[in-house]
Write a protein that binds this ligand. Structure first.
Ligand code: SF4
Length: 386
């Protein structure tokens, strides 16, 4: 048994339509089911059976499952529930099974089928409760559809719901953000994730920015929004347990914590990433090529870090763990690498504590509130330390 358990991430590379800011691997398929979706689900199930059975034999039942995308709920419920059934058949009963969903793609009946199939956590991509902004960023749904999705999820029996919210959206003001946050809080989700908009290369937003047509909030306004979120969510009982994630006690995303705590996970599906036995890989990103390769019994994985050294592994461990409120568990670092963290990073730790960006207590080294804001600076310092 892997001492920390293990996870499965399954990627569904379809969305009803592409959002203007998105560079995730997903293609727009509209609202109707397609033959490719059926072929994709069959290939995904074949990969799950092929890859998860040996891991279960080695480590026991899977601890966490996460169906992400894309928009998993762009698939018909019958296909998604078949995928969940195959995961349970191959990997056993997970403690936590999250499905990502977008408002506008689910109703109570759809969600009830997911619950019956074993999903016990729903992550809803709400982003904003402002119809003007939702339209501006290319979302397919309205604020009312987001509220309706939460009501439908509760009625279907989900008692663990996460909402994604975005800030620093084009033309968004602090007052706009406050209204959205108040609406989100009124729905009493167990978990909230917040992301500042990043203009990614190759997206419609990148083209609009290059043409001077994207009215993003300036740095000060974006920082004001960030400061507001970091104060407001904890004031309503949501603990910030990771840089972008807030939860009521006991509702932290166990699966996502695994990414930051060096827990192994199997990635299945086109463009999925996995991490097992210290090796990271990415799956074939093109859905059609992925389907063909799986049916032909071919390898779909490309190792990501063939040249990875022990130093790289320690750096990665450090900057992933530092994303969490608990930070680096010094005893776990020592167990994992066979060296004391001070033997490797004493000067960077002292330096960052001096800058008040890190703190050290009870066997853990963690970012301070200021450090969370300047996370990339601290991570870079760990990368430069030799
Ligand atoms: S729904 Fe999510 S994955 Fe799909 S296009 Fe929008 S942001 Fe990207």
């Amino acid at each position: 048994m892997s001492k920390k358990g293990w996870g499965i991430y399954a990627h569904i590379p379809y969305c009803v339509k592409k959002c203007a800011y998105c560079d995730f691997v997903s293609s727009a398929v509209g609202t109707s089911a397609s033959v490719e979706m059926e072929d994709y689900a069959a290939a995904l199930r074949a990969e799950i059976l092929r890859e998860a059975l040996p891991l279960r034999a080695r480590w026991g039942d899977v601890t966490t499952v996460y169906l992400g995308g894309g928009t998993p709920t762009a698939l018909p419920a019958a296909l998604l529930t078949q995928i969940l059934a195959t995961i349970r058949e191959a990997a056993g009963e997970p403690l936590e099974c999250t499905v990502e969903a977008n408002p506008g793609t689910v109703d109570e009946e759809y969600l009830a089928q997911l619950r019956v199939a074993g999903a016990n956590r729903l992550s809803l991509g709400v982003q904003s409760f402002d119809d003007r902004l939702l339209c501006a960023i290319g979302r397919i749904h309205t604020a009312e559809e987001a509220r309706a999705a939460v009501r439908a999820a509760r009625a279907a029996g989900f008692d663990n719901i996460s909402l994604d919210l975005m800030y620093a959206l084009p033309t968004q003001t602090l007052a706009d953000l406050r209204r959205s946050v108040n609406e989100a809080l009124a729905l009493a989700p167990e978990h909230i994730s917040v992301y500042g908009l990043i203009v990614e290369e190759g997206t419609p937003f990148a083209a609009a920015e290059a043409a001077g047509r994207l009215a993003l909030p300036d740095e000060d306004a974006a920082e004001e929004m960030y400061d507001y979120l970091m104060a407001e969510l904890p004031a309503h009982g949501y603990r910030r347990y990771e840089i972008s994630n807030f939860a009521r006690a006991g509702y932290e995303s166990r699966h996502n914590l695994g990414y930051w705590q060096n827990v192994p996970y199997l990635g299945v599906g086109a463009a999925a990433h996995g991490y097992i036995d210290g090796v990271r890989w990415g799956n074939e990103t093109d859905a059609r090529r992925y389907i063909r390769a799986i049916h032909a019994g071919e390898n779909v994985r490309t190792p990501e870090d063939a040249e990875r050294t022990a130093t790289n592994a320690m750096e990665e461990y450090a900057f992933l763990a530092l994303r969490t409120a608990e930070g680096i568990d010094e005893a776990d670092f020592c167990r994992t690498f066979g060296v004391n963290i001070d033997d490797v990073y004493s000067s960077v730790i002292e330096q960052q504590i001096g800058h008040k960006l890190l703190c050290r207590a009870q066997g853990h080294i963690a970012l301070t509130a200021a450090g969370m804001k300047l996370g990339n600076e601290v991570f870079a310092a760990f990368l430069q330390e030799k």
